[in-house]
Design a binder for this molecule. Sequence first.
Ligand code: GLN
Length: 278
Amino acid sequence: MNATVAHIRQTLRACYAPQEAAWLSRIICCDIFGQSVTDYYAGKDMTLSSNEEQELKDILSRLLKFEPIQYIQGECSFLGRKFLVSSGVLIPRPETEELVEIILKELPPQAQVLDIGTGSGCIAITLSKELPQTQVTAWDISEDALHIAQANNQALKASVRFERQDVLTYRPSREACYDAIVSNPPYVTASEKKDMERNVLDWEPATALFVPDNDPLRFYRHIAQLAQILLKAKGKLYFEINQAFGPDTVALLDGMGYKDAVILKDLSGNDRFVIAEK
Ligand code: GLN
């Protein structure tokens, strides 16, 4: 192991498990300071300039405050594309990549899609890039998030239209026009906070994560109500969900008259998505 890696791991040991410290040290050396993966694993030493030494110090002190490495890097990969991220948006999760892969297989040609609670824009922008004939509109309540999503839209040369909307108060004024409405809304209940890590709790936006214990489906209910107006006949809802609420979400959609509501599992085997047809 080279001296820099030893120093990184030793420093991070105060807050991170050994495997996590090893994972972070590879990201720092290879992704941030540009060491080749081969040299890294061969234990070759890195020579850092004094600016880089300072940068490393800053990175380590941010990590010791549990700031997620993706915010420190300012970017995160999502289905092979780099998205800018900062603490105004949730860091895209691998489950959400799975959701997009499901949608990509099902969308009709030249679909109109609405993404509610877009955050970094990762869902909307990926759909727009992969299916250029698709027209994607994306909403968020947060100006900060819309700013980042717009920057991603430009950087990735996508053509998503962004709007600031609060889904809890939005009154539809447009006709049924969407083939699909997609959402990864806040779904973590307040009582689940006690099991969460500091990197999420202290750094990721609470408005993108949490729902009250007494109304965990509030976003799904509001979106499904809106979708009754905004979805075309046979249009589809695609939700990412809290694994604890699959059957409840299906019951909600059944009760509202949606057809064929189904739960799909993520790669970890947890109930993670609910799809239904109008
Ligand atoms: N999957 C995220 C997490 O585990 C939550 C995303 C959300 O609330 N939509 O932190």
